[in-house]
Write a protein that binds this ligand. Structure first.
Ligand code: GUN
Ligand code: FE
Length: 450
């Protein structure tokens, strides 16, 4: 066998669909896509007639070929750039309560339960399984303030095989006593968590890129003192890791933040002033954000996680994503469970469209733009655009094998359907029943029954 052939673990033959730019979805019928043993895309050949694909295998055994039928296609896995793992336990509840009351009455009492790492494991097992089933191959997870429970989330993600950023949440003020850390314990536990994940990654070796990365996670400026934010900024720099938080989600949150940080020009500057606005920062929401703040985000290379479902559910408002996209700010989609009621990025995609139309119908985001945000946009927000997001030689293979004719499929296919209409039906009518297989770093994920 040639060295090329022996370096290949799988080959897909059939239709691939992916974003090649904000404006363009590429449909590749009769494509051959080779994945190597490190999970990277090694070679792509387009338009290979069916009776000729065997000849194009370049020595790779036919047993490694996954042959797609006319109702199946491969798309990049979805990126969920903002989701709270503990909140999955009450996903679908409490939507009539605005943010700050919702945090006090529902979220904080629930998150306190994650003091118990075995409870955490039970909830996290379901939360990650549901996310993977929905086709999320990369996720940015908030856990809680609890070190042991957050380690449990890492273990669950490693077991199930998702690519993820995982954050131990930091909170040392304006939070109930049962969910408030000291500055010292918050920093020490964050450092311990980062070292825990780094040790796991070292033990696995670096033949392939680690799937789990620790992420600095101040809940939002309201719940962290200036001292704590400063220390977190230092940790992000010391370990060269990403940062995630919430920004400009609701008006009274913004007013409260300004009163807490009078020395900063605005809410976005609070993060910038503490070393927390970098090219690896992911800021959820940005609904009521000013133009100067968007420009500051852009100047720093920070990204926005647009969480339209959450913004409707807890009535935060309509983000102006058209403006963000037009200024080439990095934007991805987030489910924001349990502000959002669904951990499906397909739902986030549909709600982002509704939000955009409600905001400006004549200038709303178009389907190719929304699909870009769900895949390549999310990859950019995670600063992983060289690794995932679409099918390019050298990137890693994170993908969904979609079957529009799957058992119990929510959509119907007719004779007139083409690959384009089938793909659109999946985007707007499909759900996890159509996600026949999910791959992360070239490996098929065993989709757990949830
Ligand atoms: N702001 C601070 N914490 C949260 C949270 O858990 N969810 C949402 N949607 N916004 C927040
Ligand atoms: Fe959130």
């Amino acid at each position: 066998m040639s060295s090329f052939a022996s370096s290949i673990s799988k080959v897909f033959y059939g239709t691939f669909i992916h974003s090649v730019s904000l404006k363009e979805i590429e449909y590749v019928p009769k494509g051959l896509l080779f994945v190597d043993t490190h999970g990277r895309i090694a070679k792509i050949i387009k338009n290979v007639p069916k009776d000729q694909f065997r000849g194009a295998l370049d020595g790779v055994e036919e047993s490694k070929v996954v042959l797609l039928n006319d109702d199946q296609f491969i798309i990049p896995g979805f990126v969920d750039s903002h989701i709270h793992a503990p909140q999955y336990a009450y996903c679908g509840n409490g939507h009539d309560i605005p943010l700050l009351d919702w945090l006090d009455t529902l979220t904080f009492p629930h998150e306190a339960k994650f003091k118990d790492a075995s409870y955490a494991r039970r909830v996290y097992t379901k939360a990650v399984a549901r996310s993977l089933r929905n086709g999320t191959t990369s996720a940015c997870w908030f856990a809680t303030i609890h070190l042991d429970a957050t380690k449990e989330l890492v273990k669950v993600i490693e077991e199930q095989g998702q690519r993820a950023y995982v954050g131990k949440v930091n909170m040392n003020q304006n939070s109930p006593e049962f969910l408030t850390e000291t500055t010292q314990s918050s920093v020490a536990d964050t450092r311990a968590f980062i070292e825990y994940v780094n040790a796991i990654n070292h033990a696995q070796g670096f033949d392939t890129k680690p799937l789990v990365t620790p992420i600095i996670t101040p809940r939002f400026a309201i719940s962290c003192t200036s001292d704590l934010l400063t220390e977190l900024g230092k940790l992000a720099a010391e370990f060269d890791i990403p940062i995630q938080s919430h920004l400009c989600e609701t008006l009274n949150e913004i007013e409260f933040t300004k009163s807490l940080f009078p020395n900063s020009t605005d809410y976005t500057s609070v993060y910038a002033d503490h070393g927390l606005l970098t090219h690896r920062s992911i800021m959820a929401h940005c609904v009521h954000i000013k133009d100067e703040e968007l420009q500051l985000m852009k100047d720093r290379g920070a990204g926005v996680s647009h969480c339209a479902s959450s913004n409707f559910n807890i009535k935060s408002g309509l983000a102006n994503v058209r403006k963000m996209v037009d200024m080439d700010l990095k934007v991805g989609l987030g489910t924001d469970v349990a502000g959002g009621f669904s951990s499906s990025v397909l739902d986030a995609f549909r709600t982002a469209r509704t939000c955009s139309i409600a905001r400006s119908p004549d200038d709303s985001l178009l389907v190719p733009e929304l699909f870009y945000l769900a895949t390549v946009g999310g990859a950019r927000v995670m600063a992983l655009e060289d690794t995932i997001g679409n099918f390019v030689v050298g990137k890693e293979f994170d993908a969904i094998l979609v079957n529009v004719a799957a058992k119990h499929s929510p959509l119907d296919v007719f004779e007139h359907d083409t690959i384009r209409t089938k793909f659109e039906k999946y985007l707007f009518v499909g759900d996890d029943r159509n996600n026949e297989k999910v791959y992360v770093q070239g490996k098929e994920v065993r989709l757990p029954d949830v």
